[in-house]
Design a protein around this ligand. Sequence first.
Ligand SMILES: CC(C)(COP(=O)(O)OP(=O)(O)OC[C@H]1O[C@@H](n2cnc3c(N)ncnc32)[C@H](O)[C@@H]1OP(=O)(O)O)[C@@H](O)C(=O)NCCC(=O)NCCS
Length: 155
Amino acid sequence: MDVRLIRPTDLTNYLTILERTSEQDRYHRFHHVVDAFDPAALRRFVEDRPDMLGVIAFENGEPLGAAHAALIDERCAELAIVVSKDARRRGVGRALALALVAELEARGYSRFVAHALRDNVGFTHLARSMGLHIEKADGADATWVHETATVAALR
Ligand SMILES: CC(C)(COP(=O)(O)OP(=O)(O)OC[C@H]1O[C@@H](n2cnc3c(N)ncnc32)[C@H](O)[C@@H]1OP(=O)(O)O)[C@@H](O)C(=O)NCCC(=O)NCCS
């Protein structure tokens, strides 16, 4: 599996990943309903932006998943991730999250947060396996957090 920074030419790859997800998966990822794949709206997830960093995973040229960080301030980034349905439970999500955190650490980020529904079983397992913990629970929503040292210790 190869994981690298996402770039503008990955628009079709990102679309392919999203097409291989359910409506619920996309709700988990974007926190709102995404039922149409408008390339213009999705372009922001592949272009070079000062407020976002993304990574994408491939195997034999097939795009498997992508993870993004919204850059909140000079220290804190909010992570979000999606893996194609047919590529799950084989470490793609974890590889993406670790690669993204490594990129962020290299840029000086040390606090990572993620928002997820508390009934999101896949993300709960991924987050726990990476040493994240729930900092705040509010009804159906959870805010997961970790600091750099926790992930560094797992490598
Ligand atoms: C959450 C998601 C990214 C996980 O991706 P993945 O590639 O399946 O995750 P991994 O294979 O790296 O799994 C990481 C760990 O979680 C476990 N895990 C993942 N999904 C699981 C599930 N549904 N049930 C139980 N365990 C699960 C894996 O076994 C693994 O555990 P380990 O480290 O002890 O071996 C994927 O399910 C997804 O895209 N969901 C829809 C979008 C979403 O919910 N995004 C999160 C909010 S931003």
